[in-house]
Each structure stands twice: as structure tokens, then as C-alpha cells.
Design a protein around this ligand. Structure first.
Ligand SMILES: Cc1cc2nc3c(=O)[nH]c(=O)nc-3n(C[C@H](O)[C@H](O)[C@H](O)COP(=O)(O)O)c2cc1C
Length: 246
């Protein structure tokens, strides 16, 4: 049985779910490096480890904060799969970027996947990844990790397009807030002050605070956001399918 290690940045959980599905045929993850909440770990993986890397797509790139946190992770010809999840618009250069990064850091990329997950904004593909997606992810991981390492084409362009920074939305805090501090601890970039108010300059718009607030106090209840969300949801309503490469 291969020892599978998951490495992900996943503010709202799509990427984590996907990677967990990929590890399932191998008895689950032997170890997890959660870059969502860990600052830049330093670690070198062995030749017989197997790593599955995953990040969301932010503006067609991997989030720059995830890129920075991946920098200290090195392989010694370690096999890996790279996977990006995106919100049904497009993944643009993100999958290629993650594969390039893994190769530069000493990994042998044997599979790459661009996978649809619920978009952070609006109500787009809200049930995804669904059971069919996760079943396909499991089947892919077995295929990608069983063959010999070889070159294969991963879609995307170099130089990569501009992107990878956060979005422009800044979650609000309603009177329902009980100052439990959960959002303060869970924010990937420490963009929530001790009084639970969002620090505008630092916030990524990842909406982790909104999705996880037990009181529903973190919100984006503004007229401007609501009208954007309705139009965005309509624009991206046509279902896209996952893409798997190995
Ligand atoms: C700032 C920001 C930018 C995003 N940019 C894109 C994009 O360019 N294309 C796309 O399809 N989805 C985009 N999304 C949606 C996420 O990629 C998608 O919801 C992803 O699955 C979230 O992963 P997570 O749940 O692991 O955090 C963006 C989300 C955020 C917050």
C-alpha cells in the first residue's frame, strides 16, 4: 500500500474533499499538510512517498498565498498528483502552474486534474464535488499512481496570466456575532481582528469565515454583492466537467 500524503490549501473545503477522495483507495491519507492554516512548512519527502497537491483557482492561477506556503516542500523524485478545484468558470493556467511548481521542487508529476467545486461567490454548482465527481477522483488517483512516470500535456499557458490574488469582497459581521473567535483562528491570512471585524487590506475574499460561522454572523449581505451574485450565477450556470490527465 502506498503512503499517500495530502498537501492542500482549501479555505472552503472543496479541494480538501477532492484530495481525501483520491487518497481513499490507498487506505486514506497517511499524513496531511494543511496549508490553509499552516505558515510555510519546510519538509522533504522521500522517493517512496506519494504526495497529492491541491489548491483552488483564484483568477486563473493558484492563490499566491498557497504558492508561498508550498515553497518549502521538496521532493526527491517523489511521485505526485496535482489537482486544482475551480468554480465552474475556468482554471486557466492554474493546473500548469501547480505542476510546474511541483516539478521545480523535485516531484515527478504522474497525474493532473482540474475539478469543479462550488464557487465561492453566488450559487454556482453548489452540490459539487458530488458523489460522481468523488468516484471519478478515486478512480483517477489509482490510474495516475499505478503507471511509470512519463511526460504528458497539461493545459495552460506560459507565461501565466495575472491572477492568484484574492477578490474584492470583504465579509461583514452582524450583531449575531458572539465573539467566539472561530473565524479569527480559521482565517488563512489572519485578516480578522480580535473583535471579529474583517481587516480589509489583508482579506482574500475566500469566504471561509462566512461558511464556517456557527451563528451566521459573517456575511456578504450588501445590495452590491447580491446583484453581482445573481448575475454571476446566471452567467456560470452551464455545468463544466472535470478533466483528468495522466
Ligand atoms: C478570490 C477568488 C478567485 C476565484 N477565481 C476563480 C477563477 O478564476 N475561476 C473559477 O472557476 N473559480 C474561481 N474561484 C472559485 C474557487 O476556485 C472554487 O470555489 C474552489 O473550489 C474553492 O476551493 P476550496 O473550497 O478548496 O477553498 C475563485 C474564488 C475566489 C475566492
Amino acid at each position: 500500500m502506498k503512503k499517500v500524503i495530502l498537501v492542500y490549501f482549501s479555505p472552503t473545503g472543496n479541494t480538501r474533499k477532492t484530495l481525501e477522495a483520491m487518497a481513499a483507495p490507498f487506505g486514506g491519507a497517511a499524513d496531511v499538510v494543511d496549508l490553509t492554516v499552516t505558515d510555510a512548512p519546510v519538509r522533504t519527502f522521500d522517493e517512496d512517498d506519494v504526495v497529492i497537491f491541491g489548491t483552488p483557482v483564484y483568477g486563473g492561477r493558484i492563490p499566491s498565498v498557497a504558492r508561498a506556503r508550498l515553497a518549502g516542500l521538496k521532493g526527491r523524485g517523489t511521485r505526485c498528483i496535482v489537482a486544482v478545484t475551480y468554480g465552474n468558470r475556468h482554471y486557466d493556467d492554474a493546473l500548469l502552474e501547480l505542476a510546474d511548481l511541483a516539478k521545480e521542487q523535485g516531484f515527478a508529476v504522474t497525474g493532473a486534474a482540474a475539478l469543479v467545486g462550488r464557487h465561492t461567490f453566488g450559487e454556482i454548482q453548489t452540490e459539487r464535488p458530488d458523489e460522481n465527481d468523488l468516484a471519478a477522483d478515486r478512480e483517477f488517483a489509482v490510474r495516475a499512481l499505478s503507471g511509470e512516470a512519463h511526460e504528458f500535456v497539461i493545459p495552460g499557458n506560459r507565461p501565466y496570466r495575472d491572477g492568484g490574488s484574492g477578490g474584492k469582497f470583504r465579509p461583514l459581521t452582524s450583531e449575531a456575532c458572539v465573539h467566539c473567535g472561530l473565524c479569527v483562528k480559521a482565517c488563512p491570512v489572519h485578516a480578522i481582528a480580535d473583535d471579529c471585524v474583517t481587516i480589509a487590506d489583508t482579506c482574500l475574499s475566500c469566504f471561509r469565515c462566512i461558511r464556517n460561522c456557527p451563528k451566521g454572523a459573517k456575511n456578504m449581505d450588501t445590495e452590491a454583492y447580491r446583484s453581482f451574485a445573481v448575475a454571476f450565477t446566471e452567467k456560470l450556470k452551464a455545468r463544466r466537467e472535470n478533466e483528468y490527465y495522466c
